[in-house]
Design a protein around this ligand. Sequence first.
Ligand SMILES: *[C@@H]1O[C@H](CO)[C@@H](O)[C@H](O)[C@H]1NC(C)=O
Ligand SMILES: *[C@@H]1O[C@H](CO)[C@@H](O)[C@H](O)[C@H]1NC(C)=O
Ligand SMILES: *[C@@H]1O[C@H](CO)[C@@H](O)[C@H](O)[C@H]1NC(C)=O
Ligand SMILES: *[C@@H]1O[C@H](CO)[C@@H](O)[C@H](O)[C@H]1NC(C)=O
Ligand SMILES: *[C@@H]1O[C@H](CO)[C@@H](O)[C@H](O)[C@H]1NC(C)=O
Length: 267
Amino acid sequence: MFHRLWFCLWHLVGVFSDDKLKTVIVMEDDSFTLNSDLTEMRDDDQIHWRFGKYLLAEINKRTDSMTVYDDVLDGRFRNRLKLNNQTGSLTITNIKMKHGGFYTVENLNTSVIFMLIVYDEVTSVSVKEGDSVTLNSDLTEIMDDDQILWLFGSENTIIAEINLINDSICDDVLDGRFRDRLKLDNQTGSLTITNITTQHTGAYILINGAKPSLKAFRVSVYYSVHCCDSVEAVIRLVVTALVGVAAAAAVIVLVYDIRARRAEMDL
Ligand SMILES: *[C@@H]1O[C@H](CO)[C@@H](O)[C@H](O)[C@H]1NC(C)=O
Ligand SMILES: *[C@@H]1O[C@H](CO)[C@@H](O)[C@H](O)[C@H]1NC(C)=O
Ligand SMILES: *[C@@H]1O[C@H](CO)[C@@H](O)[C@H](O)[C@H]1NC(C)=O
Ligand SMILES: *[C@@H]1O[C@H](CO)[C@@H](O)[C@H](O)[C@H]1NC(C)=O
Ligand SMILES: *[C@@H]1O[C@H](CO)[C@@H](O)[C@H](O)[C@H]1NC(C)=O
């Protein structure tokens, strides 16, 4: 229990104490808005957005001007960038694999880096309420340098992880909706959710920090319809389906593994 808590807290601390690197996981064809405190513009602010070394946009509050350079890199950003003149945030629409990578926003003093990960394959899984489901990592064996993270929902909450030091379940998150329902296979990294309910509907993402690779699942939960509660069941089914779509379409920002990542960064 101590270790379990320790790992979960470690991530929380990471999230709140260091906002210099954000990991963003986006499904292909979705849009995402890159946002940071930096972009809350003050009068003297000059803000630059870059993709790698390429300048994508600049904001000069003094001259009250904003410029988007979407012709860089053979136009891969053409007509896909939207700069918000109130917040300074940058929206990328219709994201493709080639938009994955490092984005930086900087003002005179400081900068924030976003690592954008794009994925294009989602495994849909439908489970009856009360049943169990195993989300398969497709790994046969966990290597020493593998760093497995399981994330859930639009907030990309970490629910389980395996790393060099330990494997752990973080089921105290999200009002305890996963409490005592998760099993992590320490050989393969596969995650089992037992006694599933509609609260567990949504997107599950497996990240292997060592590769890096990603697997995404969309889990929906259905009811077995009885004679007398069929109307309610159908309504709840529809609601579940809608929540599922929203969760899958939602894009997910998290800050994780800041120290390790930062060491790897090479802009
Ligand atoms: C900001 O954008 C809105 C809508 O895009 C526009 O109506 C407004 O004039 C813009 N303001 C400035 C200062 O450019
Ligand atoms: C730069 O940092 C200093 C001290 O942290 C702060 O007072 C100042 O407002 C910052 N300037 C800009 C342009 O962010
Ligand atoms: C987790 O790490 C501790 C030491 O940090 C070790 O004693 C324990 O056996 C590890 N647990 C697992 C499951 O590897
Ligand atoms: C894997 O889990 C099993 C059962 O939970 C445990 O007995 C075993 O020690 C674990 N192996 C490692 C390497 O942590
Ligand atoms: C399954 O979860 C429900 C609440 O969602 C609980 O009432 C029930 O006891 C659980 N069943 C098992 C076998 O754990």
